[in-house]
Design a protein around this ligand. Structure first.
Ligand code: HEC
Length: 474
């Protein structure tokens, strides 16, 4: 049994860590989608302008759109770095495992990203002076490189939810080309085209000096990129079908927020899709700036909903079957139940003097180690709200059997003493943190907690449920 490695964990106050990461991730993904789809759209428009099919496409490319794509890849890159920066403060072991398993994939991804940046910047800087062929080549390189950086990252992201054979054989390629890989990469490509098309419509509306006919023509061209949306229902079902059954169950009703986010993603996409198909493609309608902006906002909502679901259904894992969200591995639980989860945690509390006694200080550390990745004390998803009305005995039992309380929580990985300290910590906070608080140290209580821990075992809640369903729950 290797020892648990401790990393400092940052505290974002009342903000739940998942929300901080989620917010950044959504912004990043949306901008990245736009950068990828934007490159493709510029390629298409460049091709149209060379062929003389559409005279004004070149103005579109050399106008705002080129700048927008540049801004999106710069801001996209910055939010990407910010995302890594926050993630390592929340779960260094998750990032560690990703880097450890996939360093060559990251290296390949990075190479494509560098190519994307170089080609994109060259086009931005010199594009207007170049001949058509060179322009198209540069845009082609930019688009392909950005799409391939999505391709490689997509493998690692989908691996987190459906690592498949990797869990047994540890092979990089099994991890990379997991069950979710292809549906996800195609789905994301279609999303990228949709976002770029809608952003294109906004820009075309804002371009000065075009007649209505010219605008309509450009808009109809940009709307071609909405056509692949027709595939979304099929792609969505294919992708969803690769989710593990318990993850699917969360979305299908077991978890209200997950269901709502999925609803948001589907509803928003449906609205865009219906408008696109009916309005733009069939009737070749004109789409004004306000409508285009509204549709673009809807596409952001759809991306946001989808990303929340993707991150949410992984619970209790960050890497399914291999690492729990709180950075504990499934194999470690038994060991940590013996030696304690914070016994060797070298990082001091931020304000140890705030607590009236050592047991509460211990509880604070257990909370930080074990729960803080998904809960706050008093802010979002707060333990004082969720467990505030429970009796002390209920708290002890439900936390001891955490994976049974909610299957998307990991099993408790600490000693009965640590669990009792955590219960006192929650009760103390629920009681508005009085200056005096007695330590509890009743041997019978600890024994009862130990019995509950032993009874539920160290398996994840998902497996307990499956076991019970198969009639083995005696
Ligand atoms: C992987 C993320 C995750 C971790 C780690 C986690 N929880 Fe939770 N927990 C959740 C989510 C999500 C909910 C659902 C909240 C809701 O229903 O609004 C929840 C619900 C709860 C509830 C309410 C349960 C109910 O039946 O109403 C309690 C109490 C709770 N958690 C305590 C804890 C404690 C104590 C820890 C640490 C020992 C912990 N959780 C660790 C994600 C987590």
């Amino acid at each position: 049994m290797s020892e648990h490695l401790y990393y400092p964990i940052n505290d974002f106050g009342p903000l739940m860590k998942g929300l901080v990461i989620g917010g950044l991730a959504i912004t990043h993904v949306f901008l990245a989608m736009f950068a990828i789809g934007g490159g493709m759209l510029m390629c298409y428009f460049q091709w149209l302008s060379q062929d003389g099919r559409c005279k004004h496409t070149r103005r579109f490319i050399d106008g705002y759109f080129r700048v927008l794509v540049l801004v999106s890849f710069v801001v996209g890159a910055v939010t990407g770095v910010a995302l890594w920066f926050t993630s390592i403060q929340v779960s260094a072991p998750t990032i560690g495992m990703m880097v450890d398993q996939f360093h060559w994939i990251w290296a390949i991804e990075w190479t494509f990203f560098s190519l994307e940046i170089t080609a994109g910047y060259c086009f931005y800087r010199y594009g207007t002076n170049l001949n058509d062929r060179t322009r198209l080549t540069l845009l082609g390189i930019y688009s392909l490189a950005s799409w391939f950086s999505l391709f490689w990252i997509n493998g690692i992201l989908t691996w987190q939810l459906t690592p498949g054979a990797w869990v047994e054989n540890g092979s990089v390629w099994s991890g990379m080309f997991n069950a979710g890989f292809f549906p996800s990469v195609i789905f994301r490509t279609v999303t990228a085209m949709t976002v770029a098309s809608l952003a294109g419509c906004v820009v075309i509306n804002a371009m000065p000096g075009l007649t209505r006919e010219e605008r309509t023509e450009l808009i109809n061209r940009a709307a071609h990129f909405l056509a692949p949306m027709l595939l979304m229902p099929l792609l969505g079902i294919w992708y969803f079908g690769t989710f593990p059954p318990d993850a699917r169950a969360l979305v299908l009703g077991a978890n209200v927020p997950m269901m709502m986010f999925m609803g948001l993603a589907i509803g928003a996409s449906l609205l865009i899709g219906v408008y696109a198909i009916l309005g733009l493609l069939r009737k070749k309608l004109y789409i004004n700036g306000a409508t285009a902006t509204l549709l673009l906002v809807l596409s952001f909502a759809a991306v946001a909903g989808g990303e929340f679901v993707r991150e949410g259904v992984r619970k209790p894992y960050t890497i399914r079957g291999a690492l729990y969200s709180n950075s504990v591995t499934p194999e470690e639980i038994e060991h940590l139940r013996q030696v304690g989860c914070v016994t060797d945690d070298p990082y001091p509390l931020q304000n140890p003097e705030d607590y009236p006694n050592d047991q509460l200080r211990l509880g604070a550390k257990v909370f930080r180690f074990h729960c803080s990745v998904c809960h706050t004390v008093k802010g979002a998803n707060a333990l004082t709200h969720l467990a505030g009305s429970w009796s002390t005995t209920q708290k002890r039992m439900n936390i001891a059997q955490l994976q049974r309380t909610k299957t998307f929580m990991p099993p408790f990985a600490g000693t009965p003493e640590e669990l009792e300290a955590l219960v006192q910590f929650i009760s103390w906070h629920t009681g508005d943190a009085p200056a005096k608080w007695p330590e509890s140290s009743d041997e019978k209580t600890l024994q009862q907690i130990r019995d509950w821990l032993d009874e539920v075992g160290t398996k994840p809640g998902i497996e307990l449920e499956l076991h019970a369903e198969q009639g083995g729950g005696e």
